[in-house]
Design a binder for this molecule. Structure first.
Ligand code: SF4
Length: 419
């Protein structure tokens, strides 16, 4: 381990509190933004929604502050009191009970909050990040670690489910907490970065297992860590000869695009082949800021794929998904996965029937370019891994022919003799 790298002190303020305190802190004074730390940033794009929001909610913030990702994190909305400045939370029933419950913390960056500003609580992006009392309803089949990742960790925070790849849970912190997060148990229990010391055992496990050729760095969100820590991790992994590719799983380009500085990309591109799985929820996330962030990542030669969770009332229609996939392709993000919403506690209000997902895939296939069609997968509860589901295009066999149904529902015979 490189001892010259300091232990992480970011995020430095509220995250010292436990997650329960963070949820309860409805009466804490809001830290004056003028005193918070900012990073020198080469990010310059401020779209019209963010500009209007900043003028109204942070009138004293400068462009420099707004474009600093640390400023964004330090001025995030982490309690209902502050959130009530931007949306009408009186419409959330039983708010008092909710604010006292031990649930997934609330955190929304000012940038992402600007997308919710002036919208109703039923606006799709609001639903995905603003808590509701429906999270308190625990339904059959729900559990805190539905994929049983804990049981598949040979060492702490390293999931080894498939033979040739591992998932490294590098941090417990995210810049925005999605209300349907599969790893809610993890971000709930440790709302801060683990620091580089905590990675030692994972790195040595990977070093000692030559079958591992692919490492996914996830969390929490790894891009919320300082550059020097990300670089430490990437350089440690790149030094292992059998690690062929490294993937970063992140929602940062969509919720904190200011984080994608030229300096960050210059560092990342030293560690090719590097891939990025970008968590995207809805077409309204694609703004001028996100367009700039994704252009930087792509220009750095980093191949991006999308990951979206199908969410009731948020993105569960063919039209919404088609628009999202088209917009992603324009950003050079290849649509990769649509996930069925995992059964974490209090998530049933987000879950769609499996037939809905198949209907969406069917509504895409043939009606748009193949590049715009992601795989629909269910991550099998209990640790079975990702299982892809497809509409019934294969209709069976008639003698030497297989019967196939096309995207319009018409049946065709394909000559395919059995012998
Ligand atoms: S960004 Fe990912 S890890 Fe973080 S809360 Fe959202 S889904 Fe969970």
């Amino acid at each position: 381990m490189n001892e010259t790298i300091e232990q992480d002190s970011e995020p430095p303020i509220r995250e010292a509190l436990s997650s329960i305190e963070v949820v309860l802190e409805t009466s804490l004074p809001v830290k004056p933004f003028r005193n918070t730390e900012i990073t020198k940033s080469d990010f310059k794009v401020i779209g019209p929604q963010a500009r209007r929001f900043r003028e109204n909610i942070f009138p004293e913030a400068t462009d420099k502050q707004w474009n600093s990702w640390r400023w964004q994190i330090q001025n995030s909305f982490t309690n209902f009191k502050k959130l009530s400045e931007i949306i009408d939370i009186r419409t959330i029933e039983n708010l008092d009970f909710l604010s006292k419950s031990r649930k997934l913390p609330l955190r929304i960056t000012p940038y992402y909050a600007s997308l919710l500003y002036g919208k109703s609580i039923d606006y799709p992006l609001s639903k995905s990040v603003v808590p509701t009392t429906r999270e308190l309803v625990i339904s059959p089949g729900e559990e805190s670690d539905p994929l049983h990742e804990d049981a598949m960790c040979p060492v702490e925070n390293l999931v080894h489910r498939y033979p040739d790849r591992v998932l490294m849970l590098s941090t417990g912190f995210c810049s925005v907490y999605c209300r349907y997060c599969t790893r809610s148990h993890m971000v709930l229990k440790d709302k801060k970065h683990f620091g580089i010391k905590a990675w030692e055992t994972s790195i040595s496990y990977i070093q000692n297992n030559p079958d591992i050729r692919d490492v996914v760095i996830s969390g929490g969100d790894p891009l919320t860590m300082p550059d020097k820590h990300i670089e430490f991790l990437l350089s440690s992994l790149r030094a292992i000869p059998h690690v062929e590719i490294i993937r970063i799983g992140t929602k940062v380009p969509m919720v904190l695009p200011q984080r994608i500085t030229k300096k960050l990309v210059k560092m990342l591109k030293k560690y090719h082949p590097l891939y990025m799985s970008v968590h995207c929820t809805h077409p309204d996330e694609i703004t001028p800021e996100v367009t700039e962030a994704c252009a930087r990542i792509s220009d750095g030669g980093i191949v991006m794929g999308s990951q979206s969770v199908l969410l009731k009332g948020v993105n569960d229609s063919v039209e919404t998904m088609k628009t999202l996939m088209h917009k992603l392709l324009k950003l050079r993000i290849r649509p990769y996965y649509i996930y069925q919403c995992d059964p974490i506690p209090g998530s049933s209000h987000f879950r769609t029937p499996v037939t809905k997902s198949l209907e969406i895939i069917q509504g895409l296939r043939g009606f748009t370019s193949g590049y715009a069609i992601p795989h629909y997968v269910i991550d099998a509860p209990g640790g079975g891994g990702k299982i892809p589901l497809l509409p019934e295009y294969y209709q069976g066999r008639e003698g030497d022919y297989v019967m196939l149904k096309n995207y319009e529902g018409k049946t065709y015979k394909y000559y395919d003799p059995e012998k």
